[in-house]
Design a protein around this ligand. Sequence first.
Ligand code: GRF
Length: 217
Amino acid sequence: MLSVAVLASGRGTNLRALLEAEQGDRLGPASIEVVVSDQDDARALERARHFDVETMVLDPDGRDREAYDAELADALEDRDVDLVVLAGFMRILTSTFLSAFPQRVINIHPALLPSFRGTDAQHQALDAGVRVAGATTHFVTEEVDAGPIILQSAVPVRPDDDREQLSQRILATEHEILPASVRLFAEGRLSIEDGRVHIKGDVDIEGRIVPEVADDG
Ligand code: GRF
């Protein structure tokens, strides 16, 4: 089995999607062993407990970024973690952490990268007036939201969408591509060459591309 740590700072719906995928035998040979948060009141921690998964809180107070990342890496190495999944983890990881898990950290971002990196990608998409939005899973590098892309899902932007409506539509597809990406990794079907991810075999994800017209007109 491939041992997975999920890092989450907030409500944890992507974590829930992963836990449900594992329970439903849709995560391949991956097992979520620990959920780590930088916030002791993160809803994600409750969700982990509900599924009887170990939780850990690492409080950033009193630690600089390097010390935090070193401690986090040590904790995950102690648990023999093979893959780290960032599911709404609101900290930027330094090379101190990333060098301990080379090409073994996956993030989910609520935009079709490389568009709309950084915070509030859904708002950025609405501001830009794009007709199609979506989500991306990618390997994490030191440059924020810029690592090799694993999977993407597209959803229409409707003319009367507000941030919440668009976010919900994107979130539903996040819940598909994140477990699918973890499964591909666990099955050993991902490799990176020249900054691009190659996937062995077919990827079958319902709703990966939503062929819907984005405008009423
Ligand atoms: C998601 O939109 C994810 O793409 C972003 O943070 C949000 C986390 O949501 N990185 P949740 O905590 O999984 O519900």
